[in-house]
Design a protein around this ligand. Sequence first.
Ligand code: AGP
Length: 605
Amino acid sequence: MCGIVGYTGKRKALGILLSGLQSLEYRGYDSAGISLKTKSGIETVKTKGKVIDLISLIAESRLDTSAKIGIGHTRWATHGKPSTENAHPHFTEAVSVVHNGIIENYRSIEKFLNNKGISRKTDTDTETIALLIDHYLKASLDFKNAFFESVKKLKGSFAIVALSKDFDYLMLAKHESPLVIGISEGETFIASDVSAMIEYTNNFIFLEDGDVALVDRDRITIFNEKLEETKRNTVQINWSKEKAQKGGYKHFMLKEIAEEDEAVRNTIQSRIDENGRILLDDEIKLDKEFLKNIDRITVVACGTSFYAGLTAKPILEKFTGVKVDVEIGSEFRYYDYLYSKNNLFLAISQSGETADTKEPLKMAKKRGIKTLSIVNVKESAIARLSDSCIYTLAGPEISVASTKAFTSQLAVLFMLAFYISQLKGKREAFEAAKKLLKIPSLIKQTFDLTEKTIKELADKYYKYQNFLYLGRGICFPLALEGALKLKEISYIHAEGYPAGEMKHGPIALIDENTPSVVVAHPKEPLYSKSISNCEEIKSRHGKIILVSSRKSTIVDDIIEVPEVDYDFAPFIYIIPLQLFAYHVAYLRGNDIDQPRNLAKSVTVE
Ligand code: AGP
């Protein structure tokens, strides 16, 4: 996830900007840069790599470090590969810009600029913002109005801070990507995250979607989306830096669940165009003819990543028309698997370092099998070993329990299914891809809608020692993942099972001491069958928590989720299961981010 910092005030800006970027390093990035407004104009230093590399470069440069106004950025590449050219800030002689998010219509803005003889030098959408502002400055608008005119043209999710050569104030714009102003005597701070400013001030203004702001050392003017002056409250926050890095949440796990909408949005937005076309051509380094003719996809993964593969299996088969096997890495590596003639091996791993996934990948390569991986950590072993890799852009997942990586993995798996289907000329894959674009806001809605109920249910159920998680169809692997979440952070024994299998054994476990969580999308006949299973549980005095968008009178408790197409249910139904595990573990007083006996990445057998 990218990071933004800005400063204008009585002190030298450089140290404040660099310290702010260092506070944002935990968010993950692959390049960094700063711009200062100095006597000789805008001076910029930026580089691929880490903030420490930027500091070394600055030390070797002739940068005028006396400047008291500047901006900085850490970039997590979405548009364009990690490189010094693509690093932010992006600048012209008159203006410098840093940006988080995606400008969805940057291609049409580029056409507008090209018609005026202006062209990009980098392959980032951000550069179009700098060129647009520069264009309006050259049309004799002042910086504020040049910025206004530019922002009016932008579509997508963005947090922007711009610095001008000729004006002593910064211009800000915020839409769907966080941007915060820190206020102090004779100086003003800007950042995408409070943790970059918390050591200087406790007074903040959180900009709202559509806001534009003019900021200098002792003046903050905020405009709403109609560009009318407006007021925003100042909020006092007395967090430690570590708590600020958790976004004010008690644990990274809850923060990472709360940002799943942003993680999925970042993962999909630059890869699906407005017509639903999947834009993976540049990332998938596999021959298109091979992809059109694969006759088997063998998914290999562990833990939550394995459950992501299991969840996406019906979508992969439905859209590619190809048989999909989903295998557990630790078993697969010792099994003499019968590969088919045109087999694709697909590894899924958040860390990209899991030994039980890496070894089967190596073995497949030795057998001449084409390999593709879905990984969250860039340049990790599995990403480097596979013939091709599609990154989830979830940002670093700090908590051992995987949450936003799971939904981001699903997003990539769905895009892969639609991509292969589109290569085969199937129209329905374009419509399905457009539905995926709507999922991030539905994830956010689910979090907001269910968290309060889940806290109450956790209070009611956290003392139980055993749970059954049940589901049918696409909800069955969610039951497995929900049970894993509860096991690994609350240490309660929880077992995921196909609901229809109850009568073949597990029903013997049911009594008043063993509650069941039943995950049931309203799609028939699966829903009615699941409700029948609830009746079987009820008649044996088992308590039931139903997760569904459709109510039932026979259950004890319901976590109601928004309506969603059956195929896309996993993105929505998994959120309450993650939250329930979190709040139960919290009440049991466990070390949620670092559960006992577990590591974030299991690099040994
Ligand atoms: C998930 O919450 C667990 N931390 C664990 O099952 C994890 O998914 C598994 O170890 C695989 O890790 P990977 O995705 O990094 O390969």
